[in-house]
Design a protein around this ligand. Structure first.
Ligand code: ADP
Ligand code: MG
Length: 393
């Protein structure tokens, strides 16, 4: 990202001086393992990426909130005394949702601001550009207003902005990872208690490659809601054996084996089995990463994909082809779909020496199979939201 260019753009939008502009950054995130677990009260293991969203922001004297993005044409300008309370189906909803939730939390804006957003996370690919945008907005406003920033509260506030204002029914993982990320660490999160732990993600000699299938995730909303309903149904039935059960992921695999006969619907049983076993894989992954055992982690990634494909049925041909081609590269030690599914991205852990071959060969074979050109991002694991100093120039 060219910072001088961003400063110039800010000037063009708002005035002919660069005094007092502050710079913030929030990452995107990738979930390493633990898919479709957050709303089932279990463990997930995301990591923050170095791809992210930059925010240039400066207070103004005229009580106006002005929003611009390098990626979107729509500009918006509101009086902070008459902010919209419902969405307009523009990107600005994410910002307004955060401001609205801050007000509800007793942290209103007391002055106007001019903002310019610039991101390099592909939108809609499952790398959480939306959470990155919400969290960078909330963090910047709270910092400039002098409100104390609690990163968990910021994640929760941003999630409410997305759930209630934007109207997307997502779990807490995305905003949590974007808030709490740490370089070279994954974040082990208990989505029920929100207890979390940074887990060393030391992958010297290997790289994380994110492959974007570039397939629009068409079915995702209805299928996502159906999976949630099926999981709720499984909990209701399993209460016959475990009356105290609140979330599927609270069952161990032994408990599940003992109780699964009450799940009369085969599909519901499959969904529940994925959740229980995937949750155990997250715990096993944390243990493997703590010991620096990347090969075991790679095997767990592979098993996760198989389960999402066969039991939870949220993969698709594009994801399966990309994963299959990835695993055919010598030097790939694990590959799986990541995110909600039905398109979006895969992640692969690949020996550094094989990265170039991976990108070329998987890219060519994927395109031959699907007719779509994929994108690859060779990623490093970055920090959570923060204020940045302007680079010296
Ligand atoms: P994902 O979070 O998987 O990337 P979403 O559909 O949840 O996909 O969020 C993408 C939306 O977030 C975009 O369509 C846009 O409204 C908003 N957004 C993300 N990044 C930016 C940005 N840099 N500038 C403006 N809006 C953005
Ligand atoms: Mg999103």
């Amino acid at each position: 990202m060219d910072m001088n260019n961003l400063l110039r753009l800010f000037e063009q939008h708002y005035s002919f001086n660069q005094e007092g502009i502050r710079l913030f950054h929030a990452p995107g995130r990738v979930n390493l393992i633990g898919e479709h677990i957050d709303y089932n009260g279990g463990y997930v293991l995301p990591a923050a990426l170095q791809l992210g969203t930059y925010l240039l922001i400066r207070a103004n004297a005229d009580r106006m909130l002005r929003l611009a993005s390098v990626q979107f044409e729509q500009l918006a300008s509101f009086s902070i005394d008459e902010l919209p309370t419902s969405k307009s189906d523009e990107w600005t909803d994410y910002a307004l949702g955060v401001v609205h939730e801050m007000k509800m939390a007793g942290q209103p804006l007391t002055t106007g601001y001019d903002l310019l957003v610039a991101g390099n996370i592909p939108n809609g690919a499952g790398l959480s550009s939306s959470a990155s945008l919400e969290v960078v907005m909330g963090y910047a406003f709270m910092t400039l207003e002098g409100y104390s920033v609690d990163r968990t509260a910021l994640a929760q506030l941003s999630q409410r902005a997305e759930n209630k204002f934007v109207g997307v029914n997502s779990g807490i993982m995305d905003q949590f990872a974007v808030s709490h990320g740490k370089q070279d660490h994954a974040i082990f999160i208990d989505c029920d208690s929100l207890h979390y732990e940074h887990v060393p993600f030391q992958i010297q000699g290997y790289k994380l490659i994110i492959g974007n299938t570039n397939k629009r995730r068409g079915l995702v909303d209805s299928q996502y809601n159906e999976r949630r309903t099926q999981c709720d149904e499984a909990v209701v039935q399993l209460k016959q054996v475990f009356p105290e059960l609140t979330y599927l992921a609270h069952l161990t695999s032994e408990q599940f084996q003992q109780a699964k006969h009450v799940l009369t619907d085969r599909i519901v049983c499959q969904r529940a089995e994925h959740v229980v076993l995937e949750n155990e894989r997250v715990k096993q992954s944390m243990a493997a990463l703590q010991q620096g055992d990347l090969l075991t982690f790679g095997e767990l990634m592979n098993a996760s994909h198989e389960s999402l494909r066969d039991l939870y049925e949220v993969s698709c041909e594009e994801l399966d082809v990309m994963v299959q081609e990835a695993r055919a590269i010598k030097g790939t030690i694990g590959s799986r779909m990541t995110g909600a599914g039905f398109g979006g991205c895969t992640i692969s852990l690949v020996e550094q020496a094989a990265v170039e071959e991976f990108v070329q060969t998987v890219g060519a074979n994927y395109e031959r199979h699907t007719g779509v050109r994929p994108d690859f991002y060779v990623c490093d694991v970055g920090d959570g939201v923060m204020e940045l100093q302007w680079p010296n120039n």
